[in-house]
Design a protein around this ligand. Structure first.
Ligand code: DGL
Length: 283
């Protein structure tokens, strides 16, 4: 059996499925471990220290699974602790950021930025906004929307958006929480404005670190600056012809089945994927 490059993707729940989907579309021949940290969700109401401890446990699990890279498919986790994780883990840790730059670059001037309550308070997020000049950002953090979207992923009932979202006229909306991207089309229609998210950018960044798009493979170029040896699995061809594998971790059979169904329902899952799940408790 081919030794596929291994990527661990984690989120507090179903939000990261959108990032996973972009990764699946960009390359073949990769094994993804998807960890939905449902026990500690929602991250948006937790402190930065608590979130860092949840993420650390997730990444330690990926280490035990021999991952070549990890993706925080969660804006909140990225804002709270991505730098700390990069310093503490030997593999590259790719984060997901609110797409404020793509919104500004597209010419939007009056932009609604939807994040979680925790993200809104972080220094990293504030610095991200401050880098974009010439754009007015209205930041709003709906307290219950991520949980409502998690329920949507499990049960298929879309929450009433007007219960969660502010009224207003905007020429662009940034979905700064991966859970919100599960209702991307509906939110675009709600505001009659284009929406932006970090899902595709995150997948692109992952593959640039995995030796695609002309960048050197994992280990030669990473936050660790040479601390790693070049990873042969990642340097090998992750060609689009080879099937990807997705393994849902530490989630019940029922939940992994729900996530799979939900991905098809939301048209997030390209067909050419082998799906399984791992029940063992890695903690
Ligand atoms: N999906 C996560 C994000 O992108 C957060 C959801 C939560 O609050 O757990 O921020």
């Amino acid at each position: 059996m081919k030794d596929l490059p291994r990527v661990g993707i984690m989120d507090s729940g179903a939000g990261g499925l959108g990032v996973l989907s972009e990764c699946l579309k960009l390359a073949g021949g990769v094994r993804y471990y998807y960890f939905a940290d449902g026990e500690n969700a929602p991250y948006g109401s937790k402190s930065e220290g608590e979130i860092a401890s949840f993420v650390r446990a997730g990444l330690q699990m990926f280490v035990r699974l021999g991952a070549d890279a990890a993706v925080l498919a969660c804006n909140t986790a990225t804002a709270a602790c991505v730098e700390e994780m990069r310093q503490n883990f030997a593999f590259p840790v790719v984060g997901t950021e609110p797409a404020v730059h793509p919104a500004a670059a597209a010419g939007c001037k009056n932009v609604l930025v939807l994040v979680t309550p925790r993200t809104a308070k972080t220094a990293r997020f504030r610095a991200l906004l401050a880098r974009e000049r010439g754009c007015v950002f209205t930041v709003f953090a709906p307290p219950l929307l991520a949980s409502a979207m998690e329920e949507f992923a499990a049960e298929g009932t879309l929450p009433t958006l007007s219960d969660h979202l502010p009224k207003g006229e905007f020429d662009g909306v940034v979905l700064g929480c991966t859970h919100y991207t599960l209702a991307k089309g509906e939110i675009a229609r709600f505001y009659g404005a284009p929406v932006f998210d970090g899902n595709y950018g995150t997948a692109q960044r992952l593959f640039s670190l995995m030796g695609r798009d002309g960048c050197p493979p994992i280990g030669k170029f990473s936050h660790q600056k040479g601390a790693l040896t070049t990873n042969k699995r990642s340097a090998s061809n992750c060609d689009i012809q080879t099937k990807n594998e997705v393994i849902f971790l530490n989630s019940s059979k029922k939940r992994s089945k729900l996530y799979t169904e939900q991905m098809f329902f939301l048209r997030l899952m390209p067909k050419n994927v082998r799906i399984s799940q791992m029940d063992e408790n890695f903690f």
